[in-house]
Write a protein that binds this ligand. Structure first.
Ligand code: 4NP
Length: 166
């Protein structure tokens, strides 16, 4: 099917207010610092729709700001009809996100875990590649999540650029 953006990256979490908006902002920040943002289309969504229309969680906005990353966001739910066509890379935070995507109609194998792009975790199984949900925890959880996202996004950006330029 035509219409897939070669450098299209869709980050997916559950609520689309904590992890995936942060990942979207971090990847865009890295891409613009490397002068390649015009090659990418980056977005985020949640498999649940409870927060659709909301901004990002203030704790995600705060941790991004501590690292010089601006986070502006309006939450939305995954759209199984249009999103798989628009985005070549569908990047989930944890295994339950992938299960939810597949329940919504995404073909098995189409989504990847973000931390699979962290070179330090090469060889880890899926259980060791999750970005845990920080929603019910404290600020330290958001710091940990930021560090995981930051490292993995370096590897993801390299991967997407290689695939897009190939
Ligand atoms: P996220 O975190 O999936 O990283 O956006 C969550 C935010 C809200 C809820 C769950 C997870 N919630 O149940 O409302």
């Amino acid at each position: 099917m035509s219409g897939t953006t070669p450098g299209g990256v869709l980050f997916v979490c559950l609520g689309n207010i904590c992890r995936s908006p942060l990942a979207r902002a971090v990847l865009q920040h890295k891409a613009s610092r490397r002068g390649v943002d015009h090659l990418l289309e980056v977005d985020s969504c949640g498999t649940g729709g409870w927060h659709a229309g909301d901004g990002a969680d203030p704790r995600s906005v705060a941790v991004a700001a501590r690292y010089g990353v601006e986070l502006r966001h309006v939450a939305r739910r995954f759209d199984p009809r249009s999103d798989p066509r628009r985005f070549g890379f569908i990047i989930a935070m944890d295994r339950s996100n992938i299960a939810n995507l597949e329940r919504a109609g995404l073909p098995p194998g189409r989504a990847s875990l973000l931390r699979a792009f962290d070179p330090a975790l090469a060889g880890a199984g899926p259980a060791g590649l999750e970005v845990p949900d920080p929603y019910y925890g404290g600020d330290d959880g958001f710091e940990r999540v930021y560090a995981m996202i930051d490292t993995a996004c370096d590897g993801l950006l390299d991967h997407v650029l290689r695939a897009t330029r190939a």
